[in-house]
Design a binder for this molecule. Sequence first.
Ligand code: C6P
Length: 420
Amino acid sequence: MTITDNRISKDHQRSIEEIRKDFPILAREVHGKALVYLDSTASSQKPLAVIEAMDTYYRTYNANIHRGVYAISEEATAAVDKARLKTARFIKARQSKQIIFTRNTTESINLVAYSWGNANIHTGDLIILTEMEHHSNLVPWQLLAERTGARLEFVPVTDDGLLRQDIYAQLLQQGPKLVAFTHMSNVLGTINPAQEMIAQAHAAGAIVLLDAAQSVPHFPVDVQALDVDFLCFSSHKMLGPTGIGVLYGKRDLLEAMPPFMGGGDMIRKVGLRHSTWNDLPWKFEAGTPAIAEAIGLGVAVDYLNELGMEAIMEHEREMTIYAMQQLKTIPEVTIYGPDVSQRGGVISFTLGDIHPHDLASILDQEVGVAIRAGHHCAQPLMERYGLAATARASFYVYTIKEEIDILVQGLRKAQEIFRF
Ligand code: C6P
């Protein structure tokens, strides 16, 4: 594989070739071919800096946090505090105590649905969601509605993958308690106009949760500018490790919420029958947290900051424009979702009537390309388009045009195999 001299990073000093060397996995082969990883929407690859930071923790200061008065426990506690501060700054949160470490986006949303939801949602209350939600931003609200007797309404999606803003405005007139929607669709790539939608929801008296699993890793997100109430994302999609995610919340909301899980670390004083709760963020972090993972997330944030989120967004846009052009050279390809001006680096498509799973297997075996195939945990959205599944290619900081060319070669090969 040749590498173009495509430059990324704030000061345009680091070439893609250098950046790719930071990701050891990109040097491996699958089925005798160089790995072409086009599934960062599912989970991103990890730079050496993240892998080494976690390794260093285990090798040199592995200890539990908030417990020991000895040196290595204090070092580990300081490292987790630092990671929290970096994460807060990354999304422009006012205070690091507004950053709750969870396991992933899914757990962050469930935390809000149980803790805030159980306390604030009652029979007949309205929750507005959209048709393009990941199951993680759908099922927790269904469960809450079942527990409380609340009502769910959905903003429909247009044929070209945008939210029906006219219907959103109508639904808001019914006075919802909560609006929860995705910042960027993991299937269509649609980037929703979050700031405007949040302002409208607030004007209607609703609290807003933004599923930022696909936005925080890919473009600058400023929680204060968005004025969002809750924001959820996962480390593993932003160059960090699995096993840690983030819930950001406005402080007054978090302070008023009861704990989600009980146990060690989240308490101030425990009696046999009653207990009182620790301050934020620990009130929501029961038990030993993911220490190495928090440290890894902090280093992933450093790495993203060094490249610059604006530069990352630009690079992905360039890859997306190129991929759309190349995919359109195959007439049998159907692409779902809006045009490039309203989407991020995710392209869902089908190729004639080849089943997306067959397509993904052929691409893996024949050209070493890893893409995702299936319903992408968004079954209602698939139903909206009358589809059982799509193939999906997605891009990140290490993606190069040559990899997109290999994807397209693989699609042509699949056509030969299926003879059309
Ligand atoms: N989407 C995908 O391949 P977790 O699994 O909790 O880290 O993230 C859940 C989640 C929530 N919202 C959106 C918009 C997402 O894209 C995801 C994860 C992956 O599309 C895995 S299904």
